[in-house]
Design a binder for this molecule. Structure first.
Ligand SMILES: NC(=O)c1ccc[n+]([C@@H]2O[C@H](COP(=O)([O-])OP(=O)(O)OC[C@H]3O[C@@H](n4cnc5c(N)ncnc54)[C@H](O)[C@@H]3O)[C@@H](O)[C@H]2O)c1
Length: 258
């Protein structure tokens, strides 16, 4: 029987592939046979990752907020590997002031952070889909959303900690999810599927108080590991999801149901 989760004929670009989730996603795609381009602005983390992972994986330096760089990365990938089958956007561009409390966010920070992120999603989808529309096999775009794109933050989780959920994030992630629906609708006739994956909080050395409060509120009783996210991405990237488009696959241990 054919393994519909098999990705061995597919070439994937993971934008933000050197990050916390991007690294796990890259490993998951490689495990299922894909050839992966780790496209990231962080050259040292990206090259270290690909040398650790070995075969069928390459690094491409790209700033995903710069349209021409995204286009060049897509075109180079197609020249080198013959197709671009999967584009995953897990980049997380932000300026040095990102993460401040609502009252401290200036209009300039708001503009910069919203536009850095949404520009990146626009450019990656635009240039990837231009290629995918022209190839007989279509393609798959997967955008990273968040539970905070579908639901408001629970600010009690941040009480007693020095972190918050930035206001820009609500606009960015709400925007990403509706952009995903727009693209799915627009690109469906070309055989290009566009979906989102929305993780809950991923464990990343947050302070103990936040972790305790987060776990208390989550039906599965823990934060996500980055590896918890990869199954959703592999599924959506594969032919097993051949009739799935415009979907937001929430991977949050049940956080958003309560
Ligand atoms: N970590 C979480 O708890 C969590 C939860 C929900 C959603 N998400 C979403 O998942 C995605 C990945 O998050 P993460 O936690 O892995 O973030 P991260 O900061 O660990 O990784 C992001 C990666 O993007 C790269 N990057 C930043 N700016 C870039 C640019 N201009 N061009 C190219 N690459 C750039 C960084 O170098 C980094 O490798 C984001 O969209 C984030 O909003 C994360």
């Amino acid at each position: 029987m054919t393994d519909r989760f098999d990705l061995s004929e597919k070439t994937a670009i993971v934008v933000g592939g050197a990050g916390l989730i991007g690294r796990a996603v890259t490993r998951g795609l490689l495990d299922h046979g894909a050839t992966v381009i780790v496209a990231d602005v962080n050259e040292s983390a990206g090259t270290e990752l690909v040398s650790e992972l070995g075969e069928n994986v390459e690094f491409a330096h790209v700033d995903s907020t710069v349209d021409e760089e995204v286009q060049a990365t897509v075109e180079t990938t197609v020249e080198q590997f013959g197709s671009l089958d999967v584009l995953i956007n897990s980049a997380y561009p932000r300026n040095e002031n990102y993460g401040r409390e609502f009252e401290q966010v200036t209009i300039d920070d708001w503009h910069e952070n919203v536009s850095l992120n949404l520009d990146s999603y626009f450019s990656t989808a635009k240039h990837a889909s231009a290629v995918m529309k022209e190839q007989n096999s279509g393609g798959v775009i997967i955008n990273f959303g968040s539970i905070y794109g579908v639901q408001a933050p629970d600010f009690t989780l941040y009480q007693g900690t020095n972190i918050t959920s930035p206001v820009e994030y609500a606009a960015i992630k709400g925007g990403v999810l509706n952009l995903t629906r727009y693209l799915a609708s627009y690109l469906g006739e070309y055989g290009v599927r566009v979906n989102a994956v929305s993780p809950g909080g991923v464990s990343d050395q947050q302070g103990q108080q936040f972790v305790d409060q987060y776990e208390e509120r989550t039906p599965l009783g823990r934060m996500a590991d980055a590896d918890d996210i990869t199954g959703a991405v592999v599924f959506l990237a594969s032919d097993a999801a051949s009739y799935v488009t415009g979907h937001n696959l929430v991977v949050d241990g049940g956080w958003s149901i309560s």
